[in-house]
Design a protein around this ligand. Structure first.
Ligand SMILES: Cc1cc2nc3c(=O)[nH]c(=O)nc-3n(C[C@H](O)[C@H](O)[C@H](O)COP(=O)(O)O)c2cc1C
Length: 152
């Protein structure tokens, strides 16, 4: 199966987001995961104070379709492409849409620099975005552990 992946950053349009953020997140994530299940798309959303880092993987058509869905959503504005390329394997095979709010204390303690990278006004590099995603990708953690054991 031909796999494709895409990563970009978008600016949050807070004026179009409900003041009841948690409710809106729960509702939207349920809808997003339902749509992604239908399309065979998996991925991750990392949310900061001002920006969201988006990552999708799946067949090229559904991945592009998902990008168009996000582009039409008024809750996000200005977008910055980071990478789009054929993928050797899925990073989030078990997540229809993995989600983390990077502004929470829990995440800040585990990954102190992450919110700064996602919210930074200047561009994010491919390596920075990959490192951010790999903090949460079970597949990457497992392969790093295996490599570590083989080296150790
Ligand atoms: C931060 C963010 C992430 C999104 N991620 C996805 C996604 O992974 N898949 C998808 O199909 N739509 C995604 N969308 C798009 C919308 O959720 C969806 O198109 C929107 O809810 C409109 O659907 P509706 O008008 O049918 O409710 C995303 C939107 C935002 C703001």
């Amino acid at each position: 199966m031909e796999l494709y992946r895409i990563c970009f950053r978008s600016k949050i349009e807070w004026k179009n987001v409900s003041p009841e953020l948690q409710k809106e997140l729960d509702y939207s994530l349920t809808r997003i995961r339902r749509m992604n299940r239908r399309k065979g798309v998996t991925g991750a959303l990392l949310m900061g104070n001002t920006h969201v880092l988006h990552y999708f993987e799946g067949k090229p058509g559904p991945v592009l379709d998902t990008l168009y869905c996000v582009m039409q959503d008024a809750r996000v504005g200005e977008m910055e492409a980071i990478f789009h390329e054929p993928a050797p394997a899925r990073l989030f095979p078990n997540s229809l849409m993995f989600f983390r709010d990077l502004t929470t204390l829990e995440v800040a303690q585990l990954h102190p620099a992450l919110q700064f990278v996602v919210d930074r006004p200047s561009r994010i590099s491919v390596d920075e975005s990959m490192n951010a995603l790999c903090c949460f990708s079970e597949e990457m953690r497992e392969s790093r552990l295996t490599n570590g054991m083989m080296l150790g």
